[in-house]
Design a protein around this ligand. Structure first.
Ligand code: C5P
Length: 224
């Protein structure tokens, strides 16, 4: 059967990862959450106090980082590993969210991550979500979706997600974090978040996850 790459980009907390994961399941494809990769790098940089403005320190740290994904046999969910250690819950915390955008704006960091991501797509049959998947990582992807949603609705979703994991954060703090990340992600010099011309725009403000999944799976099916 013809295999494709599905590139899902967009703003934080629009339901990208949840949608992408379920679409991958429906298609029988692999799924890669590239935000988790940038979060894992950020966690490492925080732990090692890497000076973001020192290219030598950044390059050294990057050469010491190995990121992988392993399926949790109990939940069937892919979890993120940093140098062999499960960091899945650690990378979702607010401390990492607060630092991830400046880290992912560093050109050396992007080059290292994009190279790994391109490798993951060499046999296609892949759903990947992030900020630059349709524009930089796979400009030739057969299906590109760009997701957006009302910022307050996104903050409410993120708050519920964090609460489910036992982290209580004020709605306003989350909203500020989202706005700051949106700004940094869209204005950075290196591969900023942009809607590729050939991407389908999907506003998820008033859609359920099931509706989002159905739409994207349908668009993918039509291209296979
Ligand atoms: O998707 P998530 O919100 O977990 O991503 C965390 C951060 O990682 C984003 O705010 C963005 O700064 C960065 N990122 C990126 N490029 C990607 C994926 C994520 O710069 N492809």
């Amino acid at each position: 059967m013809y295999k494709i790459i599905v590139a899902i980009d967009g703003f934080s907390s629009c339901g990208k990862s949840t949608t992408a994961k379920k679409v991958a399941e429906n298609l029988g494809y692999a799924y890669v959450d590239t935000g988790a990769m940038y979060r894992a790098v950020t966690l490492y940089f925080i732990g090692k106090h890497v000076a973001l403005t020192n290219p030598r320190e950044v390059a050294q740290a990057l050469s010491d980082i190995h990121i992988s994904f392993r399926r949790n046999p109990q939940t069937q969910v892919n979890e993120t590993y940093l140098n062999g250690l499960n960091v899945e819950s650690e990378i979702r915390k607010m401390t990492v969210s607060d630092h991830v955008s400046p880290v992912s704006a560093i050109p050396e960091v992007r080059r290292a991550m994009v190279a790994q991501q391109k490798q993951m797509g060499r046999t296609k049959a892949l759903v990947m979500d992030g900020r630059d998947i349709g524009s930089i990582v796979f400009p030739e992807a057969e299906l590109k979706v760009f997701m957006t949603a009302d910022p307050v609705i996104r903050a409410q979703r993120r708050q519920a997600e964090l609460l489910a994991k036992g982290e209580m954060v004020e709605l306003n703090d989350i909203l500020e974090n989202l706005k700051k990340r949106d700004h940094l992600d869209t204005t950075r010099a290196e591969s900023p978040l942009v809607q590729p011309e050939d991407a389908i725009l999907l506003d998820t403000s008033f859609l359920t996850i099931e509706e989002q999944v159905e739409l994207v799976t349908g668009w993918a099916d039509a291209r296979i």
